[in-house]
Design a protein around this ligand. Structure first.
Ligand code: ADP
Ligand code: MG
Length: 689
């Protein structure tokens, strides 16, 4: 690594000095915007401006040339026309200013020439151990300075939340949405073209800088994941420290056929690995900027809680309460009925025809006092409630500001989290603006509260590595795979399965007819005869199941012998029961993507499979298996025997270990794993190196 993580992060977020090269006083010029925004927003450090044609801008003296600057300025903004950026960057680097933000556009996003020039900037920065953000950046804002040349300026608050975005426009839209909802920011990084460094690198810096208890919300927008393992490592670490990461990864639909010889490869889409990475890192995935803001609002209302498991609802109308209940319950968030005693006390101050359970319906005459009474009662009665969502419209029957201001109070003072839904966006517009002036956020729609709380509730837990797998013989596997390239021959696959520690049916391999019956003698009928040679055996009629005796076996041999590519026959005892697939596929940059899915003839129809990244412990494997839709079927239904899920998890974990230890394996398919209860066998295995 060429730059110091901690030092660079400090220079980006809390620079003691800043220089703007290309500072300007003329309106409309990017160099004007950034200069103005830094000066007018109370930057406390030393600000230098460079422009050959100006003496002074907004009271700050201007240097004619970079040569006139002192050495070692912490942070440099470049906002000069593209053809001059290289030389200016060189000038700044000579002066020891090595943390740079290139706001100038007209590079990689334009044409080949721009791309080449951008690469020159990267090479220059690399050669000087510098850290460059951009080019083509809208800006960086921190609690200390607003280094943004265009668009809305965010409201800042230490310790609130960070945004790291690969798109400048997205940053602006997020700020716009967040602003009307009263949300504030700690650091905003917009990465522009991410030529030298991108979102992943900022996440890494944050991880190095944040202490063990850093519950910071981080909103992420990415278009491509260039360094998946780096993102995974540091996002996991941040999550472990208490941060909650919420992210958009766009560009997921670039489908198209993928070249893969295995099922696992074919079932995965270009987005599967991204999703698996987000899951493994505990990053909450959302689709839109609006959802990003909704989840951020929920976290803000939850006051440091990571989620609300049990929610109470106070409403002023039936419909919204029902809609929220549905949304919460569908997401697995409980809305438990309140205790009788609680209901009795609540009823004391509510209208006679209200409802007092959960939702608590105060009817359109809902008052501030009633809301406060319900929340107080929930607390006094020690109800097991994490958050109270208060739905309030505007019936024009009560004083709305009294309600809103009471809510501000309750949000501050209550032990439970209070989540306001202020749904009268027109008649209460002014009051809502007043409300956020108290440093509070609100929702407009109750179903979105349900969505946001649901996303938090269903955030993937971080799974940690677990103990060794008995019978997994790494040395033996290494010996088996020694020198093997391409498709691993069937016999070696059988040996490999044995060394990995998964069960397979009794088998024998026969290459001459004379040996056929004797080989079958060691097995228990019924057996299966499979052609050795072709890769996809069923496709060429090369699998004959249910062979009951010697004569049938002789007939099977005759049939298989006639198929193109015949080298011999694999005899296998028959397994009974359900079929599942376990597989792994190497994804460039991600490591191995592991798949567990429903097997059998409907695999492709139902596409009921789940993915994760290797390696996994048993707990993670079991949780993954339990996420497939047909899990009930695998567990056994209506008297049918199921599969032992813990044992399946053990097999899956072993394959995860195998591909981690032997990354030369590009694809592996156990298709199917077949059986009942503890008797689970891998009946077919394909491995490609
Ligand atoms: P391929 O995938 O190359 O077509 P398989 O060995 O997977 O060949 O066999 C095809 C299908 O035959 C399996 O999906 C399974 O349904 C069935 N089958 C194969 N071997 C056995 C076995 N030992 N016991 C029971 N069924 C089997
Ligand atoms: Mg198969």
């Amino acid at each position: 690594m060429a730059y110091n993580l901690k030092e660079t992060y400090q220079k980006l977020t809390d620079p003691k000095s800043i220089v703007v090269v290309g500072a300007s006083a003329s309106h409309g010029k990017p160099g004007c915007g950034v200069t103005k925004n830094i000066i007018e927003n109370n930057y406390q450090g030393k600000l230098y401006l460079v422009n050959p044609k100006a003496d002074e801008i907004r009271g700050v003296p201007v240097q004619k040339s970079i040569d006139d600057l002192p050495d070692g300025i912490d942070l440099g903004f470049l906002v000069i026309p593209a053809p001059f950026v290289y030389d200016s960057m060189q000038g700044l680097l000579k002066k020891g200013c090595k943390t740079l933000v290139v706001l100038t556009a007209g590079f990689g996003e334009t044409d080949e020439k721009g791309k080449a020039e951008e690469q020159r900037l990267v090479d220059l920065a690399d050669a000087n151990d510098a850290f460059m953000i951009g080019p083509n950046v809208v800006g960086i804002c921190t609690v200390d300075y607003q280094g943004k040349f265009a668009g809305i300026l965010p409201k800042m608050k230490k310790g609130s939340m960070d945004v790291i975005s690969a798109s400048g426009a997205t940053v602006d839209y997020v700020i716009e949405q967040a602003d009307i909802r009263g949300l504030k920011f700690d650091n905003i990084f917009s990465m522009g073209n991410s030529a030298q460094y991108g979102v992943e690198d900022i996440i890494e810096m944050m991880d190095h800088t944040h202490g063990p208890d850093s519950a910071v919300i981080k909103l992420i927008y990415m278009e491509s994941v260039k360094k998946p393992r780096k993102l995974l490592k540091h996002a996991r670490s941040l999550t472990r420290k208490g941060c909650i990461l919420v992210g958009i990864k766009s560009g997921v639909s670039e489908g198209g056929a993928r070249a893969a010889a295995s099922h696992t490869g074919a079932m995965a889409t270009s987005d599967t690995a991204v999703q698996a990475l987000f899951d493994k890192a505990g990053i909450i995935r959302v689709k839109s900027k609006y959802e990003l803001v909704e989840v951020a609002c929920a976290l803000n209302c939850l006051k440091g809680r990571e989620e609300a498991k049990n929610v109470a609802i106070i409403t002023d109308a039936g419909g919204p309460g029902v809609m929220l209940t549905d949304e919460l319950n569908n997401a697995g968030v409980a809305t438990p009925a309140l205790k009788d005693a609680t209901q009795k006390i609540i009823a004391e101050k509510l209208p006679k025809f209200g409802t007092f359970s959960n939702p608590v319906d105060c009817l359109p005459t809902q008052t501030a006092e009633q809301i406060a009474h319900v929340i107080q009662t929930i607390e006094d009665q020690n109800e097991d409630i994490d958050a109270v969502v208060v739905l309030t419209g505007n019936s024009m029957l009560t004083d709305k500001w009294e309600t809103y201001s009471t809510m501000v109070d309750l949000m501050d003072k209550s032990k439970v989290a209070v989540v306001p839904v202020l749904s009268s966006a027109t008649t209460c517009r002014g009051l809502m603006d007043k409300f956020i002036g108290f440093d509070k956020t609100y929702f407009v729609d109750e179903v979105h509260v349900g969505m946001a709380l649901g996303k938090l509730h269903n955030r993937m837990p971080l799974y940690e590595p677990e103990g060794a797998l008995p019978g997994y013989d790494k040395d033996r596997i290494a010996a088996i795979l020694e020198g093997v390239q391409g498709i691993v021959p069937p016999l070696k696959c059988l040996e490999l399965l044995d060394a990995v520690g998964v069960k397979q049916p009794g088998y024998a391999v026969v290459s001459e007819q004379q040996a056929l019956l004797a080989a079958a003698g060691n097995l228990t009928y019924p057996i299966v005869a499979k052609i050795v040679g072709p890769l996809h055996k069923s496709d060429v009629g090369g699998v004959i199941v249910g062979i009951a005796d010697g004569p049938q076996l002789e007939a099977a041999w005759e049939k298989l012998r006639g198929i193109d590519g015949f080298e011999g026959v694999l005899l296998q005892e028959m397994a009974r029961g359900s079929e599942v697939i376990i597989g792994a596929n190497k994804e460039e940059g991600y490591g191995h993507l592991l798949m567990f899915g429903l097997g059998g003839i409907f695999t492709e129809v139902f596409k009921d499979s789940q993915f994760t990244l290797a390696p996994m412990g048993l707990t993670e494997s079991e949780a993954l298996i339990r996420r497939i839709r047909s899990i009930k079927m695998l567990e056994g239904v209506r008297g049918q025997k199921g599969m032992n899920i813990a044992l399946l998890a053990d097999y899956l974990t072993r394959i995860g270990q195998l591909v981690t230890d032997f990354p030369q394996i590009s694809e592996i398919d156990l298709n199917p794993v077949k059986g009942e209860e503890e008797n689970l066998c891998v009946v077919d295995c394909r491995v490609i190196i």
